[in-house]
Design a protein around this ligand. Structure first.
Ligand SMILES: [Zn+2]
Ligand SMILES: [Zn+2]
Length: 229
């Protein structure tokens, strides 16, 4: 799919018409998401006790696991139709990437947050498919501390994903865009939104660990090799 800058306004109108405005505003949803995940994190941390140094390694291990899960989910079902996960492909490639292109990364209005944030069912999917089953397994295989630290880190990662992705689609004039890390990651995500590169470069939304490990970090030579798709 290739979309020129002049087409974006027309495509946005079509997408807005196709996806009727949600009853829940993006801001309210983001506040509820924070409340849900932060309460979960607080509860998990409250339930831990006398964490050993070996158990504390659960935090970096979960962070790395979450980063690679983000990478493969984005490189896989978010950009390639996979049976049963078509909804994810539609929401990401056919809505988010058509609504926001590398030369039109900002929302026009608050109602456009619905094209920016992951749909609410994703946090439930994430809770009951990723956090709870693996948390239970870790509880029985290792310890309660490992299970709670895993759940707390995974929930924090989800929140971090949503917040950082929202930062990349803020207007250029926003003060947060002047933070050096945000600035660098915004450039990286903008490149991913270029339709010529979106299926082969910059799949990490947060920190580019997966992209470095699997050689998909944007570089001019890689971009040329990939060509327009
Ligand atoms: Zn984006
Ligand atoms: Zn993408």
């Amino acid at each position: 799919v290739t979309v020129g800058p002049s087409n974006v306004a027309r495509i946005r109108l079509q997408l807005r018409a196709k996806l009727p405005e949600k009853k829940l505003s993006g801001r309210v949803y983001f506040a509820l998401l924070n409340f849900y995940l932060l309460s979960g994190i607080a509860l998990c941390l409250f339930l831990t006790s006398e964490i050993s140094w070996q158990e504390s390694l659960t935090v970096p291990a979960t962070f790395l696991y979450a980063n690679l899960a983000e990478y493969w989910a984005h490189r896989g079902p978010m950009h390639r139709p996979v049976p049963l996960l078509n909804l994810i492909f539609r929401g990401h490639t056919l809505q988010h990437h058509l609504f926001f292109t590398h030369d039109s990364m900002e929302c026009d209005e608050r109602a456009d947050f619905r094209f920016l944030l992951l749909p609410p069912y994703m946090v439930l999917f994430f809770t009951f498919v990723f956090i709870v089953p693996l948390g239970i397994a870790l509880y029985f295989i290792f310890s309660a501390n490992v299970a709670y630290l895993y759940a707390a880190t995974a929930a924090a990662y989800y929140l971090n994903y949503e917040a950082m992705h929202a930062l990349y689609h803020l207007p250029e004039s926003h003060w947060l865009t002047r933070v050096p890390l945000v600035r660098a990651l915004r450039i990286s995500h903008r490149r991913h939104h270029d339709h010529r590169f979106m299926t082969h470069c910059n799949f990490n939304i947060t920190y580019p660990i997966g992209d470095v490990l699997f050689g998909t970090r944007y570089s001019p030579s890689r971009a040329l090799k990939g060509g327009a798709s």
